[in-house]
Every structure is written in C-alpha cells, then in structure tokens.
Design a protein around this ligand. Structure first.
Ligand code: ADP
Ligand code: MG
Length: 401
C-alpha cells in the first residue's frame, strides 16, 4: 500500500454505529453527531448491529440501552471479535448504576469507555471527537506498520537475490581464473616439453649415426625424468591454487607475490614484460593467502592484457610495499598505457570491462576489491596518470584477516 493511499484512508469518512432500542433516540443521535467526516449508522437490535458490522468498517460504536447489560457486553465482545486487528472503540451509554467498572474490566483499556446518563450533548460530542481522532491515529499507525512489513519483506527478497547474484559472480570469477591458470600451465609446460622432445630427438639421431651408447640413454632418461617431475610440480601448484582455502594462517607477503609472479613469468617474459617483486622480506599477514593470490593474479593479468596494446620499450609490472606502524600498503604498478579518466570510476563495478567478450568478464577487480575489504578489512584504490597505473591495497595491522 502506498503512503498516499494510507493517508487518504486514514483521513477519509469514519463510520460510527449507534445502537439503541428506540428509533426516535437513534434519530437524535444522528442529528447530534453527524458531520462531513462521519457516517452515522444505526441499529435498534443486536441482529441489526451485527449486520451493520458485517457490511461496514466501523470505527466507533455507541452502545445505548439494549435490553440488558449482559446483552451489551456480549455485543461488545462480538464487535471486537469481528474487527480482528482493525481498531474499533466502544462507548457504553448507560444510566448510573453500580458495576460500570466491572463492565470496563472486561475489555482492554482505552478501547472502551462509558458515558453516564443523563449527559449533556457537549460531553458526548467531545468524547466522540476524541475517539474519532484516536481511531484515525491508530489506523494510520496500523497501516504504516503494514507498509513497513511490506518493505521489510521486499528488502529480504532483494538481499536473497543479491546473495544469489554474488554466488553466481563468485563462480564466474573462479571460472575466469581457471581459464587464466590453464593458459599459464600451457605456457609453463612448453619449456619442459621442448627439452623432453629434443632429448628424444637427440637420442634417435645418435642411434641413426650408430654412436648411441648406454651413457646417452641414461642421460636422456634422466632428462626426461627431471622434466617430468617439473611438469607434475606445475600441475600440483595449479591444483593447490584451485583448492578452496580452509584455514587462516600467517603468511609472508613477499612469498605470495613471488608465487604468482613465478606462475605468470613464462607468459610475461614471452611478451617482454619485466616483473619485479620489491616487497620487503619481513612483512607477515594473517588470513587466507590464496585469496590474496587471487587478487594479485587479477592485477597481474590485467596489466599483462593492458601491455598488449602498449608501445613502451620497457614494459614492466612492479610490486612495492610500505610497512607502517598500523598498516601495510601494497602498490602494484605498471606502465601499460594507463586508465582513461572517463572509465576509471567504474573499473571496480561488476561486469565492467573494456575487453572483447571472450577476453574480459569484468569481475576481476570487483572480486579483488571485495576480497581486500571483506577478508582483510582493507581498502583498494587505483590511480592512473599518463601511461602508468597504480593499484593500492591498504591492509590495517592487528585485524586477523
Ligand atoms: N592495469 C591496467 N591498465 C589499464 N586498464 C586496466 C588495468 N587494470 C584494469 N583495467 C581496466 O579495468 C577493466 C576491468 O578490469 P577487471 O575487473 O579485471 O575485468 P576484465 O579484466 O575482465 O576486463 C578492464 O577491462 C580494463 O579496462
Ligand atoms: Mg581482469
């Protein structure tokens, strides 16, 4: 329900039901209470009263003489039952008899009142006015509460769907990284495969020339074994990288940077990109090292991609650290062409990419920033000037990641 509807409803015409044995008296009440904002309904029997309640939304009931007190209370109870959660008030109008307090005790305070006969018209009008106001306020609150509950429900739905989106994004990021890893493996395997294959060719050539001896065979076999171990080590690293992180640990920042730099170095060297790790030796962090590896992998592969179109003769990526009393800052810099001012504000947004469809997903930086903020309680920024770009990762000390 919109707020305007609520206001319209709570400021609209109120139905007041007057119950009295005598039709003449009912007419008098009508005359006394009628105004633009009220609709005075009447009933001269219990049956009629219940009918009116069935048909209309009643704000206030004036219960004058109806056969007996008992009847009055029963009607009142019936009324409250019918109204459910909607607010309704009842004013008993009675001759002064003992036991009024008893009557009132049967009901929740505030929803029931009584006027003693004989009363002057002014008292009645005042009381009705107050009750009408009170009803409007209560109704307004009730409707606002419904509105609030609606929006809480909507919000919950949204949170749930965001969670789903996050999960999806996380999976996409993981897949994109797997792609990166596979292309890295392909690069890293190239070298040992070349060595193995040339050892084999060498052996065959020697055999063709009739100069192959057992020493050659042994040497070749050792080369193949050594290189095979190399290949399997590369696979182990890959598996290790893709395994989900379970435990938080203290780890060396320099070592993590080294791991990723090493993994990527065949690719980078092939593109003439020099990577330098100038992180101080003694910096230790607490958390999931693999998550930081993911961040570095994203940053390095972005720099690598940016270098693709750069004209620089000395292409580089460098990582520098700054160890302060209360925080550590990691700078990842490159001279791959810089980031244009009109897009730099958007690069951390999910799905923002300037790359072709099969090359970019636009979630690398989004996930990286998330990891820095959530897992390391840190901050991540970017600066770019000319052909240079610098990503800053700021991690406070004393948080356990
Ligand atoms: N080092 C960088 N140099 C230039 N542009 C960059 C660099 N890093 C990121 N970008 C820009 O930020 C965008 C978003 O990066 P990212 O979130 O990793 O997604 P993706 O790599 O899939 O495009 C990239 O498409 C690119 O335009
Ligand atoms: Mg990327």
């Amino acid at each position: 329900m919109r707020l305007e509807e609520i206001n319209a409803k709570s400021h609209g015409v109120l139905n007041i039901l007057v119950i009295h044995n005598s039709k003449v008296d009912l007419k008098l009440y009508q005359k006394l209470l009628n105004n633009k904002k009220r609709n005075i309904l009447t009933a001269s029997s219990r049956k009629e009263a219940l009918e009116r309640l069935e048909k209309h939304e009643i704000a206030l009931v004036l219960l004058d003489s109806i056969k007996s007190d008992k009847d009055g209370i029963e009607i009142a109870q019936e009324i409250f039952k019918k109204q459910g959660s909607k607010s309704v008030s009842i004013i008993f109008i009675n001759e002064l008899k003992s036991g009024h307090d008893e009557v009132l005790k049967n009901f929740e305070l505030g929803t029931v009142d009584y006027i003693v006969k004989p009363f002057d018209n002014h008292t009645l009008q005042n009381k009705v006015h107050i009750f009408c106001n009170q009803h409007q306020q209560t109704e307004l609150l009730r409707l606002k509460q419904i509105e609030l509950e609606d929006s809480v429900r909507a919000l919950k739905g949204e949170i749930e769907s965001n969670r789903e989106k996050d999960r999806l994004m996380f999976r996409q990021a993981k897949l994109a990284q797997m792609g990166e890893m596979i292309s890295m493996i392909a690069h890293q395997w190239r070298q040992p495969l070349v060595v193995i294959s040339s050892a084999a060719i060498n052996l065959i050539m020697k055999d063709d020339l009739g100069v192959c001896n057992s020493k050659d065979i042994k040497e070749c076999s050792e080369t193949v074994q050594g290189q095979t171990q190399n290949l399997s080590k590369i696979i182990d690293e890959f598996i290790n990288f893709t395994k989900p992180a379970k435990l938080k640990e203290v780890f060396s920042l320099k070592k993590i940077v080294d791991n990723i730099a090493k993994m990527m170095s065949p690719q980078l060297l092939g593109r003439n990109i020099k990577i330098t790790n100038r992180v101080e030796e003694n910096i230790e962090l607490m958390g999931y090292p693999k998550e930081l590896e993911q961040v570095l992998l994203n940053l390095f592969s972005n720099a690598r991609d940016a270098h693709e179109g750069s004209l620089s003769a000395h292409k580089y990526i460098e990582v520098v650290s700054e160890n302060k009393y209360s925080s550590i800052t990691l700078y990842v810099r490159d001279n791959a062409g810089g980031i244009a001012h009109n897009i730099i504000d958007r690069i951390f947004n999910p799905y923002f990419t300037t790359k072709e469809e099969e090359k970019g997903t636009g979630i690398g930086l989004y996930m990286s920033k998330r990891i820095v903020e959530h897992s390391f309680k840190g901050r991540m920024h970017v600066l770019s000037q000319g052909d240079k770009t610098e990503f800053l990762i700021h991690i406070p000390k004393g948080t356990d990641g």
